[in-house]
Structure formats: structure tokens, C-alpha cells
Design a protein around this ligand. Sequence first.
Ligand code: MG
Length: 380
Amino acid sequence: MEDSRVIILIDADAFFAAIEQRDHPEYRGKPVIVGARPGTRGVVSTCSYEARKYGVRSAMPISQAYRLCPHGIYLPPNFKVYSEVSKAMFEICEKYTPIVEPVSIDEGYLDVTPSDGVSIARKIREEIRETLGMTVTAGVSYCRYLAKMAAEENKPDGLGVVTRENALDFLNDLPVGKLPGVGPRTVETLLQHGVRTCGDLRTMPPAWFEKTFGKFGTRLYELAFGIDDTPVGVWRAAKSVSEETTFEEDQTDKEFLIAVLARLSQDVGFRLRESRYSARTVSIKVRYSNFDTITRAKSLPAPVSSDPDIFQAAKDLFEKLQSGRPVRLLGVGASNLSDQGVAQPMLLGGKSWDKASQAVDALRKKYGKKVINLGAAIRK
Ligand SMILES: [Mg+2]
């Protein structure tokens, strides 16, 4: 077929935990949990496959992880080492093609058209294992999302291949929630229509897709049939998610405003995770009492979708303003979205997040859920 591309997804297995096990032989074969300190309100960033046996997962509250696996080895993340390994991993990929698009610290797409994707994926896996001492899973296909799903189904330390010939067979029994952009709410709607698997999806009449899901319906139809022309290596920045709130009275209390940022970050994070997006840019919007409105944005080294990550970026931006002026409106936004699923949390809560989210909880308890939208009332 003349238009056939060859796309590889490379995804490191339990990346942070694997690096810790590589560097500390005494951790090998044991449940390793990289993330916040037990006893804090943070989350699990990555855990080893040994820890997953106990039900521990990425993004799970660390307290829950600790209940499931109290004898685990709990480690704080060492991002300096992780980013060095990440850089080395992508350099290996770049030996095989100039078209490499990292989508997170440990995951990236390669376009190797018209080479033999399977043999390149094998070589890359081997080279990463030999030189970096860790395993990656690869997916090879003619389009992005099937490369991703092929890898997903073959984790850890695997190599999955989906061809045009077997694409529909491959998709047939997979639950619809595995498709990119299909979050729990869409899954729920699909279930109500009797659709559980990607195979079920194909039995629906073409007109139903758009009728039920609007514009996304067209995309869903294509995903059901193994169609995806999304290129590799091109910046896709169209979508964004944002939340904002206007106060009835202007606010100057910095702690309160930070708590509002925390609350807005939670809402943005929830919406991102719900649609299985992660964002590479976080922005804030501030309107002052005289209606001057400014926005500030920050690009992050890797896509984020956890509340603390979004909050930290928003808080940094807000603190840089150092205005102290009365604020009428606050907003938090996330853009440069990638639809490759929820990102591993980079930050894990920490003091600043704990404090802010406790402030949100306290306000919520006192004034009910809508409290933050009634900012003026709280200040009285
Ligand atoms: Mg990974």
C-alpha cells in the first residue's frame, strides 16, 4: 500500500522504579514505589512490577499504596538521574530515524518509514537494555494509536505488532476505554448503548457516531476501524482545558488565592485525566480589580496531568507576578495536549501542595463544595 507508514512507540517499563532497581541491586525483585513519602498526601509516581502485584498503581495516593504494601521500598524520585537516562534513551532512538517525538519522559514515537519497523524496534530494545540496563516495550504499526496499543498489550519487556491485515482482529475484544481520548464518562455512555469492546463499536451504524458524540464521534469511528493519520513529530496544540472563577469581591489574601489555584488545578487535572489527556503547557489568567487581565504560561519538560504538577506550575507563575494587587478573577489552563493517556505524576504533592489542598479541603468543609466560587463570602 503506497501510503503505509511505519511507526514505532517506545515506552520504558516502570521507568523510575526500574532505574532505582538498576542502580541499587538490593532493590531488585522487590516492590519499589517511587513517589511521595508515606504519611503525606502525595501520590505514587511509578512502582515496580513487584509492587503492582499488591495492587499499587501510578497516581494512587501514597497512603493507599502503603496500606496495600507496607513492606515496600518507598523512595523519593531522583529526576536528575531519570532525565539523564531519558535523554540517552531518545538519543538511541535518534540513531535510527530523525523523526522522534517524545510524549513523556520515558515514551516516544518514531516514524521509520519505509524501513522494517520490527527489526528496528528489536535493535532499539536491545541497545537500550545493553547500554542503559533497563527494558522498554515497543509497539509497531502503520499508525500512532495502534503502535501505542500494541505496546500497551505487550508490557513489560515486549514487542507488539499491529498490521493493516490484523488491525481489526487486534481491536476486536479490547475494551473501548483503551482507545485514546475515551475516558470513563465516554465508556459509560458507550455501555448504555451496549458497546463494550472496539468490536462492538464497529457494529454501530456510521451515522450513530456523530449523532451520539458530535465531532469526537468521527474520530471514534475512525479509531474503531483502525484509521489514524496523525503524523509523528508535528506539534499538535489545538486543544486546551481551562477553569476560572470570578470573585464577588476582590481578593488580596495570597494564601486564599493559592488555595483557589489549587482548587482550579484539581478541576483542570480531573478534566484532563477524564479524557486521558496530558498537557505540556500550564497557564494562569489573572484579572485585577481594574479589569487588567494578564495571562502567563509555562512549558514543562514533560506532559503532566496530576493535580500537584498542574498546581506547582500555576503557583510558580502566580508567584512570579508578585503584584499584591486585588484580584477579581483567577484561571488555570492546560494546553499543548497529547492524547496518549494520563502522564505519570512528576511531583508528588510535597509541602506546598499539601498545604494548598488542605486549605481547599478546609474551605470546602466549612462552606460546602461551591465555596471557592463564592470567594467573597469566605472572606467575611
Ligand atoms: Mg513507561
